[in-house]
Design a protein around this ligand. Sequence first.
Ligand SMILES: NC(=O)c1ccc[n+]([C@@H]2O[C@H](COP(=O)([O-])OP(=O)(O)OC[C@H]3O[C@@H](n4cnc5c(N)ncnc54)[C@H](O)[C@@H]3O)[C@@H](O)[C@H]2O)c1
Ligand SMILES: [Zn+2]
Length: 385
Amino acid sequence: MKEIKIKITEDKEYKICIKKGILINLDEHLSKTIENKRIIIITNSLVNCLYGVKLLSSLKKGGFNPDLIDLIEVPDGEKYKSLSTAKYLYDELLKRKADRTTTFIALGGGVIGDLTGFVAATYMRGLPLVHIPTTLLAQVDSSIGGKVAIDHHLAKNIIGSFYQPKAVYTDPEVLQTLSDKDIKNGIVEAIKIAVIKSPAFFKWIEKNIDLLIKKHRDLLCELVKEAVSLKADIVLKDPWEKGLRKVLNFGHSIGHALEVGAGYQDLSHGEAVALGMLVETKIARNRGMCLEEFEKQIKQILSFPPACAVHADRRKRESKSLFQYIKNIDYNQFWETLTLDKKNSQGKITFILPEALGKAVLIDDINKKEVIEALEEFKKEWKLC
Ligand SMILES: NC(=O)c1ccc[n+]([C@@H]2O[C@H](COP(=O)([O-])OP(=O)(O)OC[C@H]3O[C@@H](n4cnc5c(N)ncnc54)[C@H](O)[C@@H]3O)[C@@H](O)[C@H]2O)c1
Ligand SMILES: [Zn+2]
């Protein structure tokens, strides 16, 4: 088992435990982590069908009383990472008389993790939280670092907080039931971490990408461990995202604006980030910040779907509305969305742009013209116009 400790303050730290099969053997871990005997699991119906019973039996083995365990399902999908779903959860928690002796368990992907974390942070001014991430994206990225949030229809993740869990239990075995698309979405966030921090990890992903996509058990486990170690290293140095940690947002300025524009439908977070990395690399290239060779490497590694999911023919078949949205993108509206991004300060639009493998920097004088130019070039290259 790989165990990574994240120390937030002198007296506060939590563990990320990564081990194949840990979900069905959580009993002893949970009884050490969860002092409260009352537990509320938040998940969706798909993840509940796949892993709900396994988690419940782990809890029973750990000595938790089944009568004190509740499970609440929320609908599946990014558009439900919203204030109205949070309100539904607050109503349910009150109905079920959740109190300060309650611990929340987030069982699911990044949507469940962010939403449950947000509710855990705000209900009764904060109740203990445990993450059990079940998508690759949640395992390599969203369950690490304590960012919790819900979306607003005008801006992504705009209502949120920093709220650290008591622990994160990561079982790479659960990735075997994940769709191919969600495996690729997770690989995208791992590639992002590699681009900003580790040329060696980038090369490793390049070498193993075909087997990773085919869900090779040992390689997926390695991918999760390495991505978590790299992200944890950044989070440890800057837990509240005052500086260094901002680099983790590479691809996310454009990516988030695309997600908002698409109404949190048709375009997953991983796909949006892949497109965001391509367009932001193009902006860096146009500024002369990186070499042509570097842009080629980024295009090459992201040439597997989801990036090529925007390729005209395939996208026309699969999602006409997204194809139409990118094709007819309203640049004024797009720029307006970029002005609402959390990274901006004092009216300056801030992007994270790459310079080379392992090196990304904060640029705070992004202008509308260069964003439009990069998007137009991107559309031409991917035959979207
Ligand atoms: N908090 C952070 O630091 C952070 C970082 C990155 C991303 N995020 C957020 O994460 C979200 C995206 O997360 P995601 O990609 O996990 O999407 P998701 O949570 O919507 O999960 C994708 C799909 O996989 C299904 N699923 C989950 N586990 C499964 C399993 N083991 N087998 C089969 N199906 C399974 C889900 O039901 C869903 O349909 C976005 O909202 C993004 O903003 C947050
Ligand atoms: Zn992300």
